[in-house]
Design a protein around this ligand. Sequence first.
Ligand code: ATP
Ligand code: MG
Length: 426
Amino acid sequence: MGKIKAIRGMNDILPQDTPVWQYLEKQVEAVLGRYGYQQIRLPIVEQTGLFKRSIGEVTDIVEKEMYTFEDRNGESLTLRPEGTAGCVRACEEYGLLYNQTQRLWYCGPMFRYERPQKGRYRQFHQVGVETFGMVGPDIDAELILLSARLWKNLGILDHVRLELNSLGSAQARSNYKERLVEFLAQHESELDEDSQRRLQSNPLRILDSKDKNTQAILAGAPDFLDYLDEESKVHFEQLKDYLDDAGVKYRVNPRLVRGLDYYCKTVFEWITADLGAQGTICAGGRYDGLVEQLGGRPTPAVGFAMGVERLVLMLQTLQSVPEGYGRIADVYLVAAGQAEQSRALQIAEWLRDELVDVSIQINCGGGSFKSQFKRADKSGARYAIVIGEEELASDSVTVKPLRGEGEQLRVRRDQLITYMRSLLIV
Ligand code: ATP
Ligand code: MG
């Protein structure tokens, strides 16, 4: 019998890669904390109806990407394809939207049955940021500034660009939809298959088609910005003013629509040219109608989601994770025999008590000095602490630089902390 393998498109994140993830997660948490956002933790499984009602029946996600199954009691459940719906569900369920504003974030796996390729997987991770109860474009601007700060802190700001659009009110969208269908109907036979089907069911999504031919036809389509309602227009203008004043560069892209039905007014994407076709690293917008659509009171809302895998790929490509990040240990202890190992265990514990920010790994499982030093090297440690027969007898250790930093030195035990501190904590 063959070995069991992971599911296609569902990746293990191996120890060699987790430092990038941890680095990213730390930066994300720090930035969100500095803007006063609170974390919310949500279940991975929800009732299927939640996603059908929020994302929309005629979307890629609901039509063909959801992992839906029947629970043992016959209830239809779905592995979440995105986080906004569950976040709204939880906020409503616990009254978090009643007479108050919320700034929330979450992080975790999402599931979509898509064709796996670079930057596109079946289990992938998003950091989602959602805000509720704030009606004006100031909060839209805050979200964009927050994401821009994150790119800056991650060292990728120069590699991403911001695209903006407004989808207007439901009425404006429906007016525009009519004109768009009129226009596209004249070119029906030239459209790609998906777009032909969408002409009836969800024509706005055609704007997002990746098909070259369809894109060419769309170049002559009526411009949505001409159909914007007055309120949305003012909102959009004000948002652009805020961004101009804050020095954020953007491009208005009238073709920018999102793959989910619940968006209105502001939509935006951060895009990079460094990842090929899967260039959108962060996408979001306003969804003022969603809370009500899911049974709550009308509540303005705006949020975005980042694709963690795509950000990780970027950090790896641009090598923007700080040098030494993810080093297994700073110090590696090497011991000659059993009595020396006992001393090494004591010294390692003592160093961990005293040097709280230093990571210390001890060789376990014996081995010659040569093989122990090989492991020391692999750990990335800057220094080895060696305990041989002589060191044991003289109550000292030998501190050996592993990366060409200074001289090897015999150090008495009572001077070791001071000495290590001078080496490691400048
Ligand atoms: P795309 O156009 O790339 O399919 P989307 O519009 O479906 O993206 P959203 O639902 O808005 O994406 O999700 C927000 C972000 O999550 C995307 O911008 C992307 O970075 C990431 N993302 C979405 N789907 C996947 C996936 N299958 N694998 C990896 N990341 C993904
Ligand atoms: Mg998609």
